[in-house]
Design a binder for this molecule. Structure first.
Ligand code: ATP
Ligand code: MG
Length: 368
């Protein structure tokens, strides 16, 4: 697909891997989220993605925390959780594409003169030193020359845009360790927005944004005809709503979580206090997201026509209409599993739970 960062972390990708992967072999998408690990197993059959199995495991209990609480586990504990969810889901595939969190990645679109195209590797390595905030020797660099838009072609633009991605070697080594300990083989590591985009948008969508409401953070990407132009990491997520509700009402986290899910965003007078607790957090997230939309608009001189919400936090009742009010743009909820073939009787369940699986599903799709 056009938005895939094809060479991403190419140094770690076994180039011959696709050859090893028989056309009908199953693949896993693995998303190690802050509150839960999600896995999806797909198989390709005559150009269709067949859903074989999926599963989710809450990570909190592996770190002595409650179910649903975000936790940072070490590699051993993370691998233990991955093995448990694979077993629980009956997933037998061993080839995985694995998400690297957006906040562990440095992403920037840089502009270079067309003349740089002949010696891109050298030019980018030199340029990266100016942009990447840590020594280049400590990171793995990758880049992707972004295709020109029709307008840029017409204007015969003399610059090229390159998406620069840098990931700290420590992060990559940690992920490699986790995957090895889980008994899996990584076919590729990919930044989480690429996974969420692949499963959240349809073909031919013009300029749209995707927002992933996670437990501890919100991730956003803006795309033009499937090509990611901007990404943003917002350091608040749906668990911040739960924590604030727990603190303000004095109930424990589990009850606050239940309250959040049951009431959602409500206009009813009896829910006024709950709304007053959640509103400032949501406003912060939406304000940050809006800043990205504005930046995009002033840089590219066109606006986003639709926003797709995804991530478990997008299950919050009323969040889509809240989004429409905040952004004054059409808002849709993603339906990631609609990209797969699955038994009809599962459709309703998959539509309901699908939002949490968008990254894992998008990763697996990318490996087919
Ligand atoms: N029905 C619901 N209503 C409201 N919120 C919900 C609902 N179901 C799940 N959530 C919230 O979704 C969040 C988990 O979403 P998700 O699984 O996408 O997060 P994550 O991937 O673990 O976190 P992150 O992306 O920040 O690392 C939790 O905070 C949970 O409270
Ligand atoms: Mg997530």
């Amino acid at each position: 697909m056009s938005f895939e960062l094809k060479e991403f972390l190419g140094r770690f990708r076994k180039d011959s891997f696709k050859n090893l992967l028989k056309s009908e072999q199953s693949v896993l998408g693995v998303d190690i989220g802050s509150s839960s690990i999600k896995i999806v197993q797909l198989r390709k059959e005559k150009e269709r993605a067949i859903l074989e199995t999926y599963g989710e495991v809450f990570t909190g209990p592996y770190g002595g925390m409650e179910i649903g609480q975000p936790v940072k586990l070490n590699a051993g504990k993370t691998a233990e959780a991955i093995k448990d969810v694979l077993k629980e889901a009956g997933a037998k595939a061993t080839v995985a594409r694995v998400a690297i969190p957006l906040n562990s990645s440095f992403v920037k679109v840089i502009q270079l003169p067309v003349s740089a195209e002949g010696d891109l590797e050298n030019v980018i390595t030199i340029e990266a030193r100016r942009h990447v905030p840590v020594p280049i020797s400590e990171v793995s660099l990758d880049w992707w020359v972004m295709p020109k838009t029709e307008k840029e072609k017409e204007e015969n633009n003399k610059t090229i845009e390159v998406m620069l991605v840098a990931i700290h070697n420590d992060v990559i080594n940690t992920y490699k360790d986790i995957i090895a300990k889980s008994g899996l083989t990584a076919a590729a590591y990919e930044m989480e927005p690429f996974g969420m985009i692949r499963s959240a948008i349809g073909r031919g969508s013009s300029t749209i944004a995707v927002i992933d409401f996670g437990a501890s953070s919100t991730k956003m990407a803006i795309l033009d005809y499937g090509i990611m132009r901007e990404s943003r990491f917002i350091s608040k997520g749906s668990h911040d709503l739960t924590r604030a509700l727990s603190q303000s009402t004095g109930v424990d986290l589990a009850r606050a979580e239940e309250l959040k899910r049951r009431v959602g965003l409500s206009d009813l007078p009896e829910h006024k206090e709950i709304m007053e607790v959640m509103q400032p957090i949501l406003s912060y997230i939406f304000h940050e997201a809006n800043a990205s939309l504005k930046n995009f608009q002033s840089k590219y001189k066109r606006s986003v026509s639709k926003i797709v919400f995804t991530g478990g936090g997008a299950l919050l009742k009323g969040i889509a209409s809240f989004g429409v009010k905040e952004f004054t743009i059409e808002v849709d909820l993603a339906d990631p599993f609609s990209k797969t073939e699955h038994p009809v009787f599962l459709s309703n369940v998959l539509r309901e739970i699908g939002l949490s699986f968008s990254v894992a599903l998008g990763l697996a799709l990318g490996e087919l």
